[in-house]
Design a protein around this ligand. Structure first.
Ligand SMILES: Cc1cc2nc3c(=O)[nH]c(=O)nc-3n(C[C@H](O)[C@H](O)[C@H](O)COP(=O)(O)O)c2cc1C
Length: 370
């Protein structure tokens, strides 16, 4: 029996600070705590691509992207990596606002080309400057602040017939802004259509050597001591299954056809049987909108967590280029670009909700010393 309490899971044991406890910290400690909130966010393949620079004198944090973690097969434009930083920003903002601070962000790099993975993948890309200023605590955020510590993706089957409460869907819909449109799909026919697209995308991934090898490098055996990546248990895989899929994807053993099939149909079936699918689109496929999309996605995830609703992301439709084009033309019927897609619902089997969190680096590893 694997126990998921090693040092690669330790950050999840952090006790949430109360407003008065946070106020008593030194500026450096406050900024570190806010970085920890950001670090608990989801990231594509659990790469945790962020590195935080703390400037206590100016009450500032700079979030840099570590270039090495922009994955060349599945994230050819760096879009998923930047969206991940948007998720981290949402956590940081939620915690800061709850604890009595407002934040002002400045985009440090808006040239898309910089985020494309290249052969020289060393170094960091400064992405966001975050300035923190004193404000009144917003106690209405208590539940979503708590959700930062409980949130996780749950790649499992949901109860198709248990609908998401309409008032919650309205709240989610209201997170729309000028750039980002939120699309909520709950009718069966359109869910089925989306699931077909996802099935095609996953099929492509499993049949492409480049994609599947990269996936295998990040989809890990359950007993892995790695601080990044996704142990197979997060996909509902048993210990032997996870190891076999990892070894098969990286080409060490022949990929077991049943494992490949299970993987490529898992997403499709999951989408088909989820009561609601959500996806985000923008007219401009630019860095600013990638961050904005990530922020909205994570705000929704925190809301869902606070309501006991589970969710998981499916980046295939967004990143497999042919599928993306077909999806935009035939499903959306507009030139808006889809930036993110996830499904949500109530868990079908309780044991699937009991899975461990994903690993994380300890905080000191993601903070850059000046
Ligand atoms: C931008 C982005 C894209 C993601 N794409 C996928 C995906 O295509 N399939 C999937 O199963 N999980 C996807 N995830 C979920 C991550 O794998 C997950 O967040 C990560 O493993 C950390 O786990 P946690 O969110 O439970 O902490 C994505 C997450 C983000 C932020």
């Amino acid at each position: 029996m694997i126990d998921y309490t090693g040092s690669n899971y330790a950050v999840w044991e952090t006790t949430p600070l109360k407003i008065d406890e946070f106020k008593k910290l030194l500026p450096t400690e406050q900024l570190e705590y806010l970085c920890l909130m950001a670090h608990l966010a989801p990231s594509s393949h659990n790469t945790q691509p962020w590195r935080f620079e703390i400037k206590p004198d100016q009450l500032e944090i700079v979030i840099n992207i570590i270039k090495e973690f922009i994955l060349p097969a599945s994230d050819v434009n760096g879009r998923q990596t930047v969206i991940s930083v948007g998720c981290a920003l949402a956590n940081l903002k939620t915690a800061a606002n709850y604890l009595g601070y407002k934040i002002e962000t400045t985009l440090l790099n808006n040239d898309k080309q910089i985020f494309k993975p290249t052969d020289d993948n060393s170094g960091l890309i400064p992405l966001l400057k975050i300035k923190i200023e004193l404000d009144a605590p917003n106690e209405n955020l208590a539940e979503v602040y708590q959700a930062i510590f409980n949130r996780k993706v749950t790649r499992a089957e949901y109860l198709e017939s248990s609908e998401i409460p309409p008032n919650l869907l309205d709240e989610i819909d209201a997170l729309n802004n000028d750039q980002i449109k939120i699309h909520l799909v709950s009718d069966r026919l359109r869910r089925l259509t989306i699931s077909e697209f996802q099935g095609q995308a996953d099929n492509f991934v499993i049949n492409s050597k480049k994609f599947s090898r990269e996936l295998g490098e990040w989809l890990l055996p359950n007993d892995s001591a790695s601080f990044v990546g996704m142990p197979g248990i997060g996909f509902g895989l048993g210990d032997d299954e996870a190891k076999r899929l990892h070894d098969g994807l990286i080409g060490e053993i022949p990929l077991n056809p049943a494992d490949g099939l299970k993987f490529s149909t898992g997403g499709k079936i999951g989408i088909e049987k989820s009561p609601t699918i959500c996806f985000l689109t923008a007219t401009d496929d630019n860095v600013e909108n990638w961050i904005a999309a990530g922020e909205i996605v994570e705000k929704i995830f925190l809301k869902l967590t606070a309501h006991g609703i589970v969710f998981t992301m499916h980046a295939g439709i967004t990143e497999v280029s042919l599928i993306n084009k077909l999806f935009s033309m035939s499903f959306l019927g507009t030139s808006r670009r889809i930036l993110s897609l996830f499904r949500m619902g109530y868990i079908k089997r309780n044991e699937d909700a009991q899975r461990p969190h994903s690993p994380r680096w300890p905080l000191e590893k993601v903070i850059i010393d000046n």
